[in-house]
Design a protein around this ligand. Structure first.
Ligand code: DX5
Ligand code: ZN
Length: 219
């Protein structure tokens, strides 16, 4: 079994203190930093872009797990690679040619993630599964933190694990949206090995992020 890792989403952090928030996450035992990039077009919300990611880079050596909810995504991939993203995750609906965009991310020596919205089927990306490092399973409709987990995605996680085992593929299975202390165990037992969390990490137990990270990792 792959090691369970937590990728806190800075969407729920104090945006006026992002550098310090990232340091605080690193000290608390975060395995990576999940950065949600939204364009007000692919999703109905706006967040941050490459210049902010670049300035944050010096605050931590942790992997920057950058989730691009922008369309068309292809022409911006280089900017995120140059800004210091380590994993670049894209949605198949946001590019004309998924294979080309995957190869473009690889050309910058970055890890490639592909994200599936709650209504997007695994079959849409099945041909690319052998070429990618990570599948990001959305367990809410992307756009906002603090939404309710959609339990139907558990089946998709199980299917992705089954395919990976059968074909001996290597991708990580990361789950994003509405993860809390009640559903984290079922997400892990379905086959996920990376959990994204914003609200639970920053708000539970009076914001004790160390405790929250440890609790989410429990199996
Ligand atoms: C939703 C984002 C998520 C979200 C997670 O569009 O991709 O990363 O911020 O936050 P919580 O844990 O609050 O659902
Ligand atoms: Zn995300």
């Amino acid at each position: 079994m792959k090691k369970i890792q937590i990728s806190p989403s800075i969407l729920s952090a104090d945006f006026s203190q992002l550098g310090n928030e990232i340091k605080r996450l690193e000290d608390a035992g975060a395995d990576m930093i999940h950065v949600d990039v939204m364009d007000g077009h692919f999703v109905p919300n706006l967040t941050i872009g490459p210049p902010v990611i670049k300035t944050l880079r010096k605050y931590s050596e942790l992997t920057f797990d950058v989730h691009l909810m922008i369309s068309p995504v292809h022409k911006y991939i280089k900017d995120f690679a140059d800004a210091g993203a380590d994993i670049i995750t894209i949605h198949p609906e946001a590019t004309k040619n998924l294979k080309e965009s995957i190869n473009h991310i690889k050309s910058f020596k970055k890890k490639v993630g592909v994200s599936l919205n709650p209504d997007t089927k695994v079959s849409i990306i099945e041909k690319e599964l052998e070429n990618i490092d990570l599948v990001l399973v959305m367990s809410v409709h992307p756009g906002f933190g603090g939404q309710k987990f959609i339990p139907e995605v558990l089946e998709k996680i199980e299917l992705l694990k089954k395919i990976r085992d059968k074909k001996k593929y290597k991708y990580d299975i990361e789950v994003d949206g509405g993860i809390n202390f009640e559903n984290s165990k079922s997400v892990i037992s379905a086959g996920a090995n990376i959990l994204v969390s914003g609200t639970t990490i920053f708000k539970e137990n009076d914001g004790n992020i160390k405790k929250n990270i440890e609790t989410l990792k429990e199996v």
